[in-house]
Design a protein around this ligand. Sequence first.
Ligand SMILES: [Fe+2]
Length: 227
Amino acid sequence: MNKRINTKDPFSYRGDLPLKGINGQAFKHFDVDADMSRIDEEVCRALAKADLDFIPNVYGDKPPDFPDEKGRPPLEDPTIPNQEGMSTQESRKYRIFKRKIDIPWAWAIPLKPNRFKTRDQDITPWASIADQTPYTKHVIENKMPFSEVGRVMVYGSWAGSSVPCHIDEPDGPYKLHINFNPKHYRPVYVWNPITKKKIYKPKDHIFYTFNILDYHGVDAVHISAIL
Ligand SMILES: [Fe+2]
């Protein structure tokens, strides 16, 4: 049993493979009373006004023998030096355009910045861009089962794109996070490496969590299903 300091409820995960899960499930959902259209409007405004130059770092691995990843490049190796004459961000973008590395997310906005290691701790203030998302901030602070709010991020990818299957960190303590996709369903899944099957998030899970120590990804959705 691993109790987290940033949640009002106890959570546990099994330490054994293949799936660590949350309380014995691949996903757990939360009943949060929120107007998703309002959140969608705020997030889209924030995306329009924010600097989207930074490509989020995800340095975990892809699962071995995962059919969807055949022909796709590997995730990046942060120990490889920059391209000559390029900054770190420029080198990463160059490698994406050259199809040498794959990335899960195209951009990220830190609404409440924090380091990955301390992401469960309320040690940093909301960023000025969060002035664009007052209702979203209210929902996160008052309607979610956190005893303290650590890092808050908007992760984005273009409509119609997939998020390659990956793991965020190979090992580490479980820290509660809650995801939500305002307005539209995205086929988020965790991957069982033994049965070699995707376990999809149920469609009624609007606010949900899974264990980032499990392999996970998002299938592409045709744009006609999003509009
Ligand atoms: Fe991830």
